[in-house]
Write a protein that binds this ligand. Structure first.
Ligand code: MEV
Length: 322
């Protein structure tokens, strides 16, 4: 095989963000907006990258220099991913890598982890390595930590496994839930959140108020454990309630914002079962659990409150060859 096209899904955190960094569980779903990566073997010793979605054209670096010297910010996940792959399996030839995304990197759908998962999966296929999901996870999660220093790895797991999963830090547990999709409306606040900064906001609070914040994490843990069952039983009313409680607890961790609250309250007022931020907070998206009857109204009210509706399906397939 000389070239391969692969894709991996973006993700949305449904419940448990931030607490997951402290070893508590979370639930994440894969969406139908995907990252696409084509990898071609070449006869030279260069890694050539075109990544239109982050404005990178015709970037070239010798295989020898991968992971050394200046690393272009937009290509960190690709270059460090390649470095980690090369250290484990070697890189016997040059590569032409082209990436294209269905979604903006501003949404918080996990474009960096999806691109890394696509790349390593593609290399595994190109070089016939038969990489298991676990092996793929290990190398991609290491890359996330090398680049970002923080992160639970839930986004990497979602890009690999797809569907809706119950996840514990470092991939200690990755359990696919028995559900096809969760009926949510997604509203984008228009503000890009910086995950490492927000993780540090919570860390500061945790260091100063260990007992109190640990109690908040424990509450999040109980509601995530219950939510797992509610999702499988399609008990949306109760799940909506759990999402609202989760939102209150996230607010108390200091990761809410006026823009998030405006969209959350608009969705609830329009009849959503529940609504909360999704991901790091500070901006990005909200998810509103909604039955079909109120869907249009929820979308309209989110728009009126300043949000942008992102049309997504949940529970989509993980990384695959296209
Ligand atoms: C960010 O999308 C979710 C956090 O829990 C960080 C992480 O789990 O890596 C805040």
């Amino acid at each position: 095989m000389k070239k391969i096209n692969v894709s991996a899904p973006g993700k949305l955190m449904l419940l448990g963000e931030h607490a997951v960094v402290y070893k508590y569980p979370c639930i994440v779903t894969a969406v139908n907006q995907r990252m696409h990566v084509r990898v071609e073997k070449t006869k030279d010793t260069l890694i050539a990258v075109n990544a239109g979605q982050v404005g990178i054209k015709n970037y070239k670096k010798d295989i020898e220099d991968i992971g050394k010297g200046d690393i272009v910010k937009e290509l960190k996940f690709i270059e460090i991913g390649l470095k980690n792959f090369k250290e484990k399996y070697g890189l016997p030839c040059g590569l032409k890598i082209t990436t294209k995304s269905d979604f903006s990197s501003k949404f918080g759908f996990g474009s960096s982890s999806a691109v890394c998962v696509c790349l390593i999966y593609a290399l595994g296929e190109l070089f016939n390595l038969n990489l298991s999901k676990r092996k793929l996870f290990e190398i991609c999660y290491k890359t996330v930590l090398d680049v970002q220093k923080v992160g639970s790895g839930f986004d990497v797991a979602s890009a690999i496994w797809g569907g809706t999963i119950y996840y514990i830090l470092g991939g200690k547990k990755i359990i696919p839930l028995k559900t096809k999709s969760v009926p949510i409306v997604v509203g984008y606040t228009g503000i890009k959140a910086d995950t490492p900064t927000l993780v540090r906001v919570v860390e500061e609070k945790y260091k100063k108020n260990k007992k109190l914040i640990t109690s908040i994490f424990s509450l999040i843990e109980s509601l995530v454990i219950e939510a797992r069952k509610r999702i499988e039983n399609k008990n949306w009313e109760r799940l909506g309630f759990l999402m609202n409680v989760n939102q209150g607890l996230l607010d108390s961790l200091g990761v809410g914002s006026v823009e998030i609250s405006n969209l959350v309250y608009a969705a609830r007022k329009a009849g959503a079962y529940g609504a909360k931020l999704s991901g790091a907070g500070g901006g990005d998206c909200i998810v509103a659990l909604t039955n079909i009857k109120y869907r249009k109204k929820v979308e309209d009210e989110i728009k009126k409150a300043g949000g942008i509706i992102l049309k997504v399906r949940t529970g989509e397939n993980g990384v695959r060859t296209d």
